[in-house]
Structure formats: C-alpha cells, structure tokens
Write a protein that binds this ligand. Structure first.
Ligand SMILES: [Zn+2]
Length: 86
C-alpha cells in the first residue's frame, strides 16, 4: 500500500492523505462526492459513528454515482425515456 490508493469502489486515485481506520484511504474526489451522497440520500450524520457507517456504504458504491450535479425528478426521468413517435 505504498501508493496510498483510494479504497473506493472503481476509484483509481493514489497518494491519498486521508486514512480512516477500518475503511482505508479516501481521496479528495471521493470526499467531495461523499458530501453530495449524504445530501442526496438525506442521511443525517451527527456523530463520528454515523459518518463511519455511511462512509462504509459509500465506499462500496461505484465512483461517480453521485458526482453529477443535475437533479433527477420524476418528470425528467420520464421525458428522458420518452420515445419520439415521428
Ligand atoms: Zn477516491
């Protein structure tokens, strides 16, 4: 582990300076995405334990899943999947 590679699923970043006991290295990109993840999933973190639990789940989710900033609504979802009949 001399390259300090990020432990996140599908993340190839190395030289991480953040190490969490029981979880491993977390790069800056994944830290930022983790914040978005918490917002979007409405997970409430008040204690260090909450963060560890949420981060543990987050680390197994493939990278980039929460990085797109565009909000998805039901209307947008259906229009995205609407076929043009012309
Ligand atoms: Zn990462």
């Amino acid at each position: 582990m001399s390259v300090l590679s990020c432990n996140r699923n599908e993340c190839g970043n190395v030289m991480c300076d953040t190490y969490i006991e029981g979880i491993g290295y977390v790069c800056r990109e994944c830290q930022e995405e983790f914040k978005l993840y918490l917002q979007k999933t409405n997970i409430n973190v008040e204690y260090e334990y909450d963060i560890v639990v949420a981060l543990n789940i987050f680390m197994s989710i493939p990278k980039g899943r929460y990085s797109d900033s565009e909000e998805m609504t039901v209307d947008k979802f259906f229009s995205k999947h609407t076929r043009n009949n012309d």
